[in-house]
Design a protein around this ligand. Sequence first.
Ligand code: ATP
Ligand code: LTN
Length: 327
Amino acid sequence: MDRILSGIKPTGSLTLGNYIGALRHFRDFQDKGEVFIFIADLHALTLPIEPETLRGNSRDIAAFYLASGLDPERTTIFLQSAVPQHAELNAILQNFLYMGELRRMTQFKDKSQKMRDSAIGLGLFAYPSLMASDIVLYDATIVPVGEDQTQHVELARDLVGRFNSRYGEILTMPRAEVTRVGKRIMSLSDPTKKMSKSDPKGDIFLKDDPVSIRKKIMSAKTDSGSEVRFDPVEKPGISNLLTIYSALSDITIEEAEKRFEGSRYGDFKKAVADIVLETLVPFQERYRQILSSGEYLEVLHKGAERASREAEKVLSRVQHAVGLLDE
Ligand code: ATP
Ligand code: LTN
């Protein structure tokens, strides 16, 4: 049976990109194997963040997980920091990743680009080591993520190969699973850039009110010409909206193109806004209700207990393999 694991870091308010690329798929995996979904709060500390913001974001993600249909009876939902084995395993596995390969990580390059060396935290550089630890700690075989995270999963795979060739078959080999449509949703104001919760220009946030969601979509940057056609190079804006539309209506891009053949940009945008709101409005209602009832607290508590029991098994295996005394 597959073990499925993924997480989102509470660095900001979740976007439509997070929803389409990651969150909406988690629920479907519940029928395919044993699912572990966590809030990567330790990873959120890799860039400066206010304590209250971090706490609020973590609560929000817990509520969004439940609102998206994750069933705590079937899925283990927890905070990364509540399971100390993540940090313990990382202390061992970080020795099997090398400076050269960490330096090549696109996310590190993007995030550290505008920073002075003296301001870049070690945790940002070592981010993929903790992420690899998250993955192998649960013997995960499938890791559902958006495209931007596949490089980290590849590195985790390298680490598993390296570790196992030294110590035997100790760690389980994971693979990334990326959604067919919507693996990289772009910003609405600059469709050449990824929609990202820490760079909020032109983003749709899952918490936005319906009026501003519609406004953002209606004023999304489009391209010259008037044809609704998928062409990410010549028509990045329209292509991004087509991707959002197809992902949320569960049809192919070609089908969506056909549906809007001959439509004007304005009518097309209106249809995109309709489908986004149809999806998000009921979702937001569930989210608000879960947050005010506080039911997520009990879920996180039980989740951490269950996760910790599973994590301990792998941690012990690794500690023993590398020669740490375990009697
Ligand atoms: P940050 O801006 O803090 O780097 P982010 O918005 O990129 O955050 P993450 O926490 O890194 O979000 O990602 C959570 C999940 O959402 C990951 O699986 C990631 O691949 C996916 N994801 C993030 N942004 C997008 C996007 N624009 N399109 C599709 N998937 C995305
Ligand atoms: N880096 C991921 C969050 C994350 C994650 C993981 C995802 C941390 N550990 C393990 C999948 C598996 C991100 O930014 N979304």
